[in-house]
Design a protein around this ligand. Structure first.
Ligand SMILES: Cc1cc2nc3c(=O)[nH]c(=O)nc-3n(C[C@H](O)[C@H](O)[C@H](O)COP(=O)(O)OP(=O)(O)OC[C@H]3O[C@@H](n4cnc5c(N)ncnc54)[C@H](O)[C@@H]3O)c2cc1C
Length: 600
């Protein structure tokens, strides 16, 4: 070890302890959301006393919960909707508002598109290849669940419109990220409208409110409709367990909630509907699907507006529920893990940028720097080593029409497409051979020239220095030494970073990346100051969850219905589709069936 390295090591050890303590303090203060609030529990005994009661109790005021609650209330049931957060909306309100409901909607007819439930069912159960990299998106879908979606898809769309949801007045298309494998256009887009957006705290520019796609208008319209229908909405009421007659048998009786530290028992005379939105924020739970997804994958999309803490799944499993359709979570397709689009901040999903003014900006802490050209940075692991072509992308997704000569369910799709995996995410999650499962932090390294080219302002609130998601130094060696934060479990050797950059700069001169084949690496990293910005992959959505049937009733390990328990959306399994359509449709189905239950 050189004298300089020894000196750096001494400095960095002190810094390490200070920074690690700082990061823990931030975590303890509750501003660095990294650990889940939900954990495995013993089955609860039914309470002797109920604090509140309704016919149907819906958990989660998101894309599943609102349709479920409104449908049940309008069918004559008294409904209580509990929401863990101080405001409604869940991930849906942060979403892009692209809604692929088809099967013959009035919007499709207006656009001259012929569709039917049978065609929709056929498309979403294609065994063959629908992705241009050779992956079968829909081979692992549960046929019963897709049949129910196909039959209820168009009615759900008409129901949303009838309940005040404004879709942008334009032809139905395939643009919003759910087009793959659909043989006809099915995508519609909900208008942002004039409610303040959660990302900014302000309404969108009035000139684009009717033409900008966003989940904002979708969820606020449903909130208005729910209140009008008489649904009782309880904010800051977090479900902590579900009661059943005996821990593993009989009907579901109600739920326990936590309201700012006070515990309440809410009786459900007919049914409980789980619309809690998945598990991506629960490290132990998500590692059941993929052990690589350890703590450092804390840049969860949709957070910190609402958590995906697996509380619905855990509470249901505690009383006997089964999981379902697990391959959909691990298959190398779709958007369940994404490459970040923002760097230097914790919440770095490409399509969601938090800015000051948002109610949750104190939790998000920084907006991040948007990378428009990955030629401007190199990406290194904890040890300061490159691992892949930085311009490489995440698993294939959202590729309507990308497969040429695609014929539904035809073996020629398999023959014509060569299996060609995209391995950027796999390389980023590969780790450093230290025996840990997770790959550790990924850092974007760049210099002052890159800042100028990208027109970045690398200062707060754009970057998160205090919690250790962004570092600056005048030399590369100093930069490596400074990288100390909660998830950097191994120090970055200064010499590694210097050697990596030196080698990369030579590749730039030669116009050839001999290590990872980055197409014509363009810019040297040479002009101080130098920067290290958090660029770790993002977990985006849950595509596996509780076992449900066509009525959205939750089932146990013996395929028996758990009486009085329903689920939809990201907490339900068996359906590989990114989001809003399946959640809204399953909420619609669950609400109808729950309201039809007899009172106990
Ligand atoms: C940034 C972003 C963009 C997206 N864009 C699109 C898009 O354009 N098109 C698309 O189809 N999909 C999109 N999605 C996905 C889509 O938003 C989700 O799949 C959908 O919202 C899931 O609905 P849900 O009801 O399952 O969960 P959510 O909408 O997240 O609702 C779950 C609700 O349950 C609450 N909750 C959780 N646990 C508890 C508890 N224990 N007690 C009480 N309440 C609880 C949560 O706080 C939340 O409000 C996007 C997602 C994100 C994050």
């Amino acid at each position: 070890m050189s004298e300089e390295e020894k000196r750096n090591n001494k400095i960095s050890r002190r810094q390490f302890l200070k920074r690690a303590a700082g990061a823990s303090a931030v975590a303890a203060a509750g501003t660095l959301i990294t650990e889940s609030r939900a954990s495995a529990q013993a089955p609860p005994d039914a309470p002797a006393r109920w604090d509140k009661e309704a016919d149907v109790v819906v958990i989660g005021a998101g894309c599943t919960g609102f349709p479920a609650a409104i449908v049940a209330q309008e069918a004559g049931s008294k409904v209580i909707l509990v929401e863990a957060e101080p405001d409604i909306g869940g991930h849906a309100i942060t979403s892009g508002g692209n809604v692929p409901l088809g099967g013959g909607t009035s919007a499709q007819r207006k656009s001259g598109i012929e569709d039917s439930p049978d065609l929709l069912f056929k498309d979403l159960t294609d065994w063959s290849i629908v992705q241009p990299n050779g992956f079968p998106d829909y081979r692992y879908n549960d046929r019963e669940i897709i049949r129910a979606f196909a039959d209820n898809s168009a009615p759900t769309y008409e129901w949303l419109v009838a309940h005040g949801v404004i879709f942008i007045d334009q032809p139905v298309d395939t643009r919003g990220g759910n087009g793959v494998g659909n043989s006809v256009p099915r995508e519609m887009h909900t208008a942002v409208m004039n409610w303040p957006m959660v990302q900014t705290g302000k309404p969108a520019d009035p000139t684009v409110q009717a033409t900008t796609s966003s989940g904002n208008g979708l969820m606020r319209s449903l909130e208005v409709a729910a209140k009008k229908a008489g649904v009782e909405i309880l904010l800051e009421h977090r479900m902590t367990s579900i009661y059943r007659q005996t821990p593993n048998s009989g009907r579901v009786l109600g739920i326990a909630v936590d309201n700012r530290g006070a515990r309440l028992n809410i009786r459900a005379k007919k049914a409980v509907i789980i619309g809690t939105g998945g598990f991506t924020g629960n490290v132990n739970f998500r590692c059941m699907f993929d052990p690589r997804l350890t703590e450092e994958y804390c840049g969860l999309s949709g957070m910190p507006w609402s958590d995906q803490d697996a509380s619905g799944e855990i509470a249901a499993m505690t009383i006997g529920a089964s999981l379902w359709g697990l391959y959909n979570q691990t298959g190398e397709f779709g958007t369940h893990i994404t490459k970040p689009g923002l760097i230097g901040c914790q919440y770095n999903y490409r399509n969601l940028q938090w800015v000051p003014g948002s109610r949750v900006f104190n939790l998000a802490r920084a907006s991040g720097l948007r990378v428009s050209d990955w030629q401007n940075v190199i990406l290194v692991n904890m040890l300061g080593q490159r691992f892949y072509d930085e311009t490489g992308d995440q698993f294939t997704a959202n590729n309507a029409g990308d497969v040429k000569r695609y014929v539904h369910g035809n073996y020629l799709n398999v023959v014509n497409i060569k299996y060609d995996p995209r391995n950027f995410i796999n390389a980023a999650l590969a780790g450093i051979g230290d025996g840990h499962n997770g790959g550790g932090p990924i850092w974007a390294i760049f210099d002052a020239d890159a800042v100028a080219r990208q027109k970045w302002r690398p200062t707060p609130p754009n970057v998160d220095i205090d919690a250790g998601f962004f570092f600056t130094a005048n030399t590369l060696s100093e930069l490596a030494t400074k990288i100390v934060m909660k998830y950097q479990r191994s120090r970055m050797p200064a010499r590694n970073l210097e050697e990596t950059v030196d080698k990369y700069n030579k590749f730039v001169v030669a116009g050839n990346d001999l290590d990872f084949g980055k197409p014509a690496p363009r810019y040297k990293i040479a002009k101080p100051p130098f920067y290290a910005a958090w660029a770790t992959p993002v977990i985006h959505d849950a595509r596996a969850g509780l076992r449900i049937n066509a009525k959205c009733q939750v089932q146990d390990m013996n395929a028996q219905v758990i009486p009085g328990l329903y689920c939809g959306g990201e907490s339900a399994g068996g359906f590989s589709q990114h989001g809003l359509a399946r959640a809204a449709c399953q909420g619609y189905i669950a609400g109808k069936n729950a309201a039809a239950e007899r009172v106990i």
